[in-house]
Design a protein around this ligand. Structure first.
Ligand code: PHE
Length: 346
């Protein structure tokens, strides 16, 4: 039996990892219940007791060596498989897992695309603004509540001059971009300004201190309220479908006169009333109006020659309506379970 153990030992020592060695076959041959090592232990039971001590020691050593060899063969197999898969040029490239666009980006791109088709350009401006562009030139009276600390995030500065401490702030709407366009461009102007805006609001399912807007401005000779209405109808139909109806209600903004708010017929219930439209059949989606002559003057445009309209909408609100999302906070949390639902949209 000692000879048998020694020759097996030789055999094991001559076994090296390689393509022609299958670790599983090795395990079955030596280590399984009916394998060589088991049968040797079986044989061991019947040998002369004077031999038991020395044979038992040899047998245990052999078993240990076989197990070590098996582990060596197995680890070689894993690492060589990894190497092959790293450089396997015949492997299929598909499926490719791409990321998904954020729902806010999807809706923003859709809005931009619709207005681009009727000749609007896209302009962007700074998020950190001054009172002049966000309020003063837009005909906000000095005591207007929107300038109040409740709504606006003011930025404190370290002063090296004597300038007004409330001068710098985070824009509360992208109308400030339109002021910049009017100051630097001769009409006709036809532009939309998408961007992030900031308001000092408590965060809830329906409000956030950061959100996104798209505001539009059209200035030319003889621009009328009918042009505004037609443009917004085109937008609503493109955005929500051919059956969509619009409704304009009178409203107030310091920078437009007359001012309005636009509702679209509720797509969910078709206008008959549901909990999304609070049983009115209508959903409010934007503010609009004819640019106030004071604004034109403040921005260097002669209101006797030119007139114009403006409108502004919140992207989150449109995304919530379009995708049936009921909590605004989801847009800002970057939860993959939420975001991955939009991967098929684009
Ligand atoms: N600036 C307004 C807001 O942020 C929206 C608006 C834009 C209203 C243009 C009328 C005209 O709420």
């Amino acid at each position: 039996m000692i000879d048998k153990i020694n020759s097996l030992r030789e055999e094991i020592r001559k076994t090296f990892p390689g393509r022609d060695i299958d670790p599983e076959a090795f395990r079955i041959k030596y280590l399984s219940r009916k394998g060589i090592i088991s049968s040797l232990f079986e044989e061991f039971r019947n040998i002369d007791s004077s031999q038991k001590k020395i044979v038992g020691k040899l047998l245990n050593e052999l078993k240990k060596e076989v197990i070590e060899k098996f582990n060596e063969l197995k680890s070689f197999e894993i690492s060589s498989e990894e190497k092959i898969s790293e450089s396997d040029l015949t492997k299929s490239a598909f499926p490719i897992f791409s990321g998904s666009r954020h729902p806010i980006s999807i809706i923003r791109n859709e809005i931009i695309d619709i207005f681009k088709r009727i000749g609007f350009t896209i302009t962007e401006g700074p998020e950190i603004e001054d009172d002049d562009h966000v309020f003063s030139r837009l005909n906000f009276a000095p005591e207007h509540p929107a300038r109040d600390m409740q709504d606006t995030f003011y930025i404190l500065r370290i002063y090296d001059d004597q300038s007004d401490p409330d001068d710098i702030l985070l824009r509360t709407h992208t109308s400030s971009v339109q002021v910049r366009v009017m100051q630097s461009t001769k009409p006709p102007i036809r532009t939309i300004s998408p961007g992030r805006v900031f308001r000092n609001e408590a965060i809830s399912a329906r409000a956030h201190c950061i959100f996104h807007q798209v505001e539009g401005l059209y200035i030319d000779k003889n621009v009328s309220f009918a042009d505004l209405k037609q443009t917004l109808l085109f937008f609503a139909v493109e955005m929500f479908g051919p059956e969509t109806k619009i409704r304009l209600r009178p409203s107030y903004f310091p920078f437009t006169e007359p001012s309005g708010e636009m509702d679209v017929s509720c797509k969910i219930c078709g206008g008959s009333g549901c909990n999304v439209c609070k049983y009115t059949g209508w959903l409010e989606i934007l503010g609009c109006g004819m640019v106030h002559p004071n604004v034109l003057v403040a921005c260097g445009i002669d209101p006797k020659i030119y007139s114009g309209f403006a409108f502004g909408m919140g992207i989150e609100r449109l995304a919530m309506l379009k995708f049936q999302i009921n909590d605004l906070r989801l847009f800002f949390e970057n939860d993959r379970r939420f975001l991955e639902q939009f991967s098929k949209v684009f």
